[in-house]
Design a protein. Sequence first.
Length: 79
Amino acid sequence: MVQLLPSAALEVLQRRKQYFKTAFAIASPSGCRAPRCVGAGLLDGDALAVETDLAVLLVVAALERWLAGAEMKAVITKV
């Protein structure tokens, strides 16, 4: 894939993997409870309360936002 880039671009690319843990931590909800997901039976509330994996919490937050949007559009009824 990298070979498809112009040679000028290769000169300015990072040579090491970058981690964005701090940026993700800021974007992720702390103390995520996801009441819609738990109420719908998609998630175990007790397990979610102790979850620390940032990737999991970001997916849970996305699911919760999707369910909230679906509720607002009356696609689903409140659980």
